[in-house]
Design a protein around this ligand. Structure first.
Ligand code: GDP
Ligand code: K
Ligand code: MG
Length: 305
């Protein structure tokens, strides 16, 4: 084991909570780049996603997790839950995220998974939605009775000052040890993975609630061409398939005269060009594979651990 580089701090911070409390929004805000996709739909996050933020002598390594699912017992959900339990096992700090002022049975089920020997901050997110701030103090007291939280952080993931304050709080819990990643690294996920995630985000955002969460995205082609001339950007040629369960869903994704799929492709391209600093050419397909979310072998073949 190498001796730690003098003064460096580094550690793992898990972000956990039920679906839709704002975990991925918080990760992106903490990292300062959109690396984890977000939407109004539960089950948007399906993978463990690591995001790094290095500032001064401190390297924060955040792990975003899928929200713990307790409703559907299908293969996809079982796989998502294992991802959550695995993510909290060996971390320096846990951010347990709830909506400020609320604690539901779904929150309680996630909390029950967390051991008491790891420092745990109660992140009372979406404070901007709380109109009666006076209600928060008694609620926090009530929350302390449920679990020994190390600290309470009422905040909004959409407020930059709150996010900076949370970073300062997190830093105190990280051990003195050498960094694990280069200072400019943002995520341990590949560009190919980021491409499939961005397509999935646009898909979820641009289709209504009629499209079930079970739709997924496969990257069929991911090729990189170096810049043709100095000063130009490299080009990524991507082909992506959106996999849905029924013909009706396929029509929904394609949209009237192909408008919707065109827009999904265009918004993905814009986002990826920004994130990966390149030019992107993307082709999109829609495929019907009935029952894939119930089929364990297929869930694995689509990349869910
Ligand atoms: P996750 O399922 O816990 O990862 O939640 P997401 O990050 O995908 O967010 C779910 C929804 O909550 C999205 O529509 C976000 O824009 C929204 N959201 C997240 N944080 C905040 C916040 O601080 N305030 C408000 N008003 N909305 C938020
Ligand atoms: K979500
Ligand atoms: Mg999420």
């Amino acid at each position: 084991v190498d001796a730690p580089v003098a003064g460096q701090r580094c550690g793992l911070i898990a972000i956990v909570g039920k679906p839709n409390v704002g975990k991925s929004t918080l990760l992106n805000a903490l990292v300062g780049q959109k690396i984890s996709i977000t939407s109004r739909k539960a089950q948007t996050t399906r993978h463990r996603i690591t995001g790094m933020h290095t500032v001064g002598a401190t390297q924060f390594v955040f792990v975003d997790t899928p929200g713990f699912q307790t409703i559907h017992g299908n293969a996809l959900n079982k796989s998502l839950n294992k991802t959550v339990v695995g993510a909290v096992a060996d971390v320096d700090l846990i951010l347990f995220v709830v909506e400020a002022g609320s604690f539901t049975p779904a929150d309680a089920r996630v909390l029950a998974l967390l051991g008491k020997n790891i420092p745990t901050l109660l992140i009372a997110n979406k404070l901007d939605n709380v109109h009666r701030r006076g209600d928060i103090a008694p609620w926090l007291q009530d929350m302390q009775a449920k679990h020994t939280f190390t600290e309470f952080v009422p905040m909004s993931a959409k407020n930059a000052k709150d996010v900076d304050r949370l970073l300062d709080i997190c830093a105190k819990y990280l051990p003195e040890q050498s960094w694990w990643y280069a200072a400019d690294e943002l995520t341990d996920r590949s560009e190919r993975f980021m491409a499939s995630e961005m397509v999935r985000e646009k898909l979820f955002r641009l289709t209504g609630d009629e499209l079930p969460y079970t739709s997924t995205v496969i990257i069929d082609k991911f090729e990189e061409e170096p810049p043709a001339k100095k000063g130009q950007k490299r080009l990524l040629r991507i082909a992506a398939s959106i996999v849905v369960e029924r013909d009706g869903h396929k029509a929904m994704v394609i949209g009237d005269k192909g408008e919707r799929i065109k827009r999904i492709g265009m918004e993905t391209r814009v986002e990826l060009e920004k994130l990966l600093d390149c030019k992107v050419f993307i082709e999109m397909w829609v495929k019907v594979r009935s029952g894939w979310a119930d089929d364990e072998a297929r869930v694995r073949s689509f990349g869910y651990e």
